[in-house]
Design a protein around this ligand. Sequence first.
Ligand code: KG4
Ligand code: ZN
Length: 346
Amino acid sequence: MAIETSCDETACAIVQDDKNNPKSIHLISETLATSKDIHESFGGVIPEIAARKQLESIIPVIDQCLSKANITKDHIDMLAVTVGPGLVGSLLIGVEAAKALAFAWNKPLVPVNHLIGHIYANFVDNPRINEIDFPALALVVSGGHTDIVLMRDYTTFDFLGGTLDDAAGEAFDKTARLLDISKYLGGAKLSKLAQTYTPELHGTLPILPRPMFDSKTSDMSFSGLKTAIKRVVASNLYNNVAVAYSFEQAVVDVLQHKVLQAADQYAVKCILLGGGVSANSLLRSRIEAAAGEKNIKTFVPPLYLCTDNAVYIAAAAYYKTKFSSYRLPQLSSIQALPSISINTAV
Ligand code: KG4
Ligand code: ZN
């Protein structure tokens, strides 16, 4: 059973291993409460409000997850919790709740890096699970992070590169705000609008930069793109749908190019996407098509597992304890780690 409280969600999930296939893992039950609507009115997450809401929801969310699964604590073998990165007040609620349960129920507790967790969304109830082959390349694209990692086996990761400034999701959100589409987490809405573009109705497309496209590394940059959008919007020369379309193409061009370049460099067998922006249909279809041409298999999580939830945190803990020589830490040493990166072992 896993707990996730890194941003504005309070989430719990219970997964179970497959007795016939140790590579496979099934979702048993999941609960999630979010304070997103409150933050929407402020145009950004208010950490204090997020943490207070999490304090209110954490026990009911855990309780409901157990009752949905129709089990009691005695059926739980292991607990897992997101320790970072994220908002410190929010992380503390989840981490302290998980430690208290581990102590009271006498169960092991596995700390999980949220960013690595996103990758394991591809491993839950996946009918193609046996096709996931290593080395694999994972692209984690969320509101706060954009990272490319090489996955050597189920639990060994090498960081290859990532954004040097803003995350791709942050660029989506700020562009959505500039275009008056949404004040908070507007990536999905922006993408929907972009898909309605037709030259007849929405006119000329603005030309936008593809930052760091030509570098041979896996590093990226999205802050310049945000500035370019600001200028384009201020010029009043373009229809909002045309701006949204050009923006999405620019971000996806960069992500697709960087992923395929790294896939070639490391001769990977699979590409795995994860994180909120991996719900983007243009990104999914473009990477699938480009990888397919090179006979590389692509895995994308179901949409409901792209954004934050506890399901992939539980899955991450399962693989970490099943497929590596990982030794459980002392309960007292497990703590909230708000500023860790994807390559921080926890
Ligand atoms: O992984 P996530 O739920 O939270 C973080 O860990 O950051 O990702 C949230 C991000 C937001 O920036 C949101 O706008 C973006 O994912 N997002 C999308 C789409 N759905 C969510 N961006 C582009 N297209 C989408 N369909
Ligand atoms: Zn996330």
